[in-house]
Design a protein around this ligand. Structure first.
Ligand code: NCD
Length: 307
C-alpha cells in the first residue's frame, strides 16, 4: 500500500507519469468518469481549506467515486480529544482512500501508520504539501514543457509556506535548477530545507529581500501569502504581511515568458491588475489541481488507465 506524505515519496519517473496522466485526463475527462465507481474518498480536514479539499472532492466525484468527511476539527471527534491514530483507524473502515490536512507537522505520518487505506497528506502545518506540488508541477510542465534548466523565484513567506518547501524538494531533483529566495529576514527559508534540498545537492541559489533585483532572470515566480495562522503574535504578522505586493509596474523588467504561480489563497501579495497579464497562471494552476488529483487517486488505488 502506498501513501503520499512527502513529495519525495514519488520518484521523478512516477511524477512524470502522474503529470502525463493528469494532462491526458484534462484533455479527455469523460474517459475517466467511471474509474472509481464504488470507491470512497474521505477528506479529513483539521484545518481550513477551499481549493485542496474541494479539488480532492471534485477529483473523486469526476472519477465516479463518492466522498465523505469533515472540514474542521470542531465538527469531528478531535473536539472530544480523539487521537489522529484512532480517527484514521476508524475512517479507514469507511473509505478506500484518505486525504488529510492537519495543523501539526508529521500528523499524516502517524495517520499512515494506523490506516488500512492509502493516506494523502493534504498539508501538515508549516511542513509539506505534496499535492499542491503535483499541481504546481503539472502547471509548470504545461507552461514550460520541462522541469530542467529553470530559474525559479520563491517570494513571500518562505518560513511557514509549506507549498514552497515541497516544491523546492521536488525541483531539487532536476538538472539546471537555479533558485532565488525572496523574503523578509524574519521569513527566510528554514535552514533544514536549505541544507537538505539546496546546499547538499549543490543547487545554485541566492537569498535576497529585493524582488525587483532578481525579476529579469526568472522563468517562474512563485508568490505566496504570509501565513498568518502560524505566527506567534499578530503584531509581527501586521508588520510583515504586505512585504511584497506584485504589481504590473514591478513586472516591467520581467521576461515575456515568465510564469507567475501562486498556490492561493491570495491576500494582498498580487494586485488584481496582474490577473490580466498573460504571464499570470494562478487560476490555470487551480484547474490543474483537479486533474492531477484524479491521476494521483487512480495511482494510489492501483487503478489502471486502460481496462
Ligand atoms: C496553501 C496551503 O494550504 O498551504 N493553499 C493551498 O493548499 N492551495 C497555501 C496557503 O494557504 O497559503
Amino acid at each position: 500500500m502506498r501513501h503520499l506524505i512527502d513529495i519525495l515519496d514519488l520518484s521523478t519517473q512516477e511524477i512524470q507519469e502522474l503529470v502525463d496522466l493528469g494532462g491526458r485526463i484534462m484533455e479527455h475527462p469523460e474517459r475517466y468518469a467511471h474509474k472509481c465507481d464504488g470507491k470512497i474518498l474521505a477528506t479529513l480536514f483539521f484545518e481550513p481549506s477551499t481549493r485542496t479539499r474541494l479539488s480532492f472532492e471534485s477529483a473523486m466525484l469526476s472519477l465516479g467515486g463518492k466522498v465523505l468527511g469533515f472540514s474542521e476539527a470542531a465538527s469531528s471527534s478531535a473536539a472530544k480529544g480523539e487521537s489522529v491514530a484512532d480517527t484514521v483507524r476508524t475512517v479507514s473502515c469507511y473509505s478506500d482512500i484518505i486525504a488529510m490536512r492537519h495543523p501539526k507537522e508529521g500528523a499524516p505520518v502517524v495517520a499512515a501508520r494506523h490506516s488500512e487505506v492509502p493516506v494523502i497528506n493534504a498539508g501538515d502545518g508549516g511542513h509539506n504539501h505534496p499535492t499542491q506540488t503535483l499541481t504546481d508541477l503539472l502547471t509548470i510542465h504545461r507552461e514550460k514543457g520541462r522541469f530542467t534548466d529553470l530559474t525559479v523565484g520563491f517570494c513571500g513567506d518562505l518560513k511557514f509556506g509549506r507549498t514552497v518547501h515541497s516544491l523546492i524538494s521536488a525541483l531539487s531533483r532536476y538538472e539546471g535548477l537555479r533558485v532565488a529566495l525572496i523574503s523578509p529576514e524574519e521569513l527566510k527559508l528554514p535552514s533544514y530545507v536549505k541544507s537538505e534540498m539546496l546546499k547538499k545537492k549543490g543547487i545554485e541559489y541566492i537569498q535576497t529581500t529585493d524582488l525587483e533585483s532578481v525579476m529579469p532572470q526568472l522563468d517562474i515566480l512563485y508568490m505566496t501569502r504570509v501565513q498568518r495562522e502560524r505566527f506567534f503574535n499578530e503584531e509581527d504578522y501586521l508588520r510583515l504581511k504586505d512585504s511584497y505586493i506584485l504589481t504590473p509596474e514591478k513586472l516591467r523588467t520581467a521576461r515575456e515568458d515568465l510564469r507567475i504561480l501562486h498556490p492561493l489563497p491570495r491576500v494582498n501579495e498580487i494586485a488584481v491588475a496582474v490577473d490580466q497579464d498573460p504571464r499570470a497562471c494562478y487560476f490555470k494552476q487551480v484547474r490543474c489541481g483537479r486533474y492531477i488529483r484524479m491521476a494521483l487517486i487512480m495511482k494510489l488505488l492501483g487503478i489502471p488507465e486502460e481496462e
